[in-house]
Ligand binder design. Structure first.
Ligand SMILES: [Zn+2]
Length: 72
């Protein structure tokens, strides 16, 4: 399914902390792998390409979602 690739590319950005999380596979909502954002308002979260969030917005990778990430 072409869907699978899309989910690997996209992440969930926490705009308050500028942290990028991995989107949980198969989840319909703004659900992240680490679950740290589940309590946040949807207005604080944005689905965005992971490389764009890092390259253009200088976001930090979530340390729980990414092995090479730091902070959360
Ligand atoms: Zn995370």
């Amino acid at each position: 399914m072409s869907n699978t690739r899309q989910e690997e590319v996209n992440g969930i950005l926490n705009e308050t902390r500028m942290t990028i999380h991995k989107h949980e596979m198969g989840a319909e909502d703004f659900q992240t792998l680490c679950g740290l954002t589940y309590h946040l308002e949807h207005g604080q979260l944005r689905m965005i390409q992971i490389k764009r969030a890092i390259g253009e917005l200088d976001a930090n990778k979530c340390g729980r979602c990414f092995e090479d990430g730091r902070g959360y």
